[in-house]
Design a protein around this ligand. Structure first.
Ligand code: SF4
Ligand code: SF4
Length: 274
């Protein structure tokens, strides 16, 4: 079973919920946590794991043999991402635009293209404490989805997997949540939070994944989100109250379970109800 925790915007408490959910459920079953927020992975900071194994993740980009290439341009015309261009009869490759789909190789009539690995980041596994994996995108790398897909491959069928998705509704978020069994959308009762919740809802609906909302920093402005969710026919599964005690604990690197230990039981109940 794979549960993704996502949000339309950053700063809503998505990672806070993902870590608390994983730790709460780990009391009843075997759980692994995959941090797919590869531009800013931070779940491990809350879990305080020190022993790690790190491996480099490569993506494949085409390389041309200029002795064989005729400059026909067929590869460029089949690239949906404008990563190839022929100028002056010579093929130019823009690796930062390449999505490693391999289509250009299949359309080269003279087999002038091969694939070459290019490092894009690392995949780290914690060796102590809860089972946790996280991807870290190299600085300057524009494309997170290939690395996110590598982190997703660590999901074990025997374990319950919790995914911390990147914020937003871009390709990165879709790569992180696609194929999961349920998505928790974390939001906050602010106009920005509501706007981006709407975008996230449309995205998970488009992907056909069952979903529900967790309202973080719940308080006096809840009606904003409640009315929207009622109109959209989406359930608010849980409210986490706005609390100075929680904010102070999180600022000290503690998890939500530290100031609110009772929430573990609520996550377990929520899981059972789902
Ligand atoms: S592998 Fe795909 S994205 Fe990359 S250059 Fe070839 S066709 Fe374009
Ligand atoms: S399809 Fe092959 S031969 Fe034609 S431009 Fe591309 S690499 Fe060169």
């Amino acid at each position: 079973l794979t549960l993704a925790v996502a949000s339309g915007k950053g700063g809503t408490g998505k990672t806070t919920v993902a870590v608390a959910l994983a730790l709460s459920l780990a009391g009843t079953r075997s759980v692994q946590l995959l941090d797919c927020d590869v531009e800013e992975p931070n779940t491990h900071l809350f879990l305080r794991q020190h022993r790690r194994t790190v491996r480099t993740i490569n993506t494949l980009v085409p390389r041309v043999d200029p002795e064989v290439c005729t400059g026909c341009g067929q590869c460029a015309s089949h690239c949906a991402f404008n990563a190839l261009a022929v100028t002056g009869g010579k093929l130019m490759i823009f690796p930062e635009l390449c999505h490693s789909c391999g289509r250009c190789l299949r359309h080269c009539p003279v087999s002038a293209l091969t694939e070459t690995p290019v490092p894009i980041g690392t995949l780290t596994q914690a060796e102590d404490g809860p089972l946790c994996y996280w991807g870290t995108l190299d600085l300057g790398q524009p494309m997170a989805p290939p690395l996110i897909r590598e982190v997703r491959k660590e999901a074990s069928v025997e374990e319950l997997t919790v995914i911390d998705s990147p914020p937003g509704t871009s390709c990165s978020m879709i790569a992180a949540v696609r194929g999961s069994d349920y998505v928790f959308l974390v939001t906050e009762p602010t106009p920005f939070g509501l706007n981006d919740l709407g975008l996230a809802l449309e995205t998970v609906k488009g992907l056909g994944i069952p979903h529900g909302v967790i309202l973080n920093r719940s308080g006096r402005a809840d009606a904003l989100v409640e009315e929207y969710c009622a109109r959209a026919g989406v359930g608010i599964l849980m409210k986490i109250p706005e609390s100075r005690r929680v904010a102070e604990a999180l600022a000290r690197g503690k998890t939500l379970l530290d100031p609110m230990p009772e929430i573990a039981h609520r996550f377990v109940e929520l899981m059972e109800s789902l």
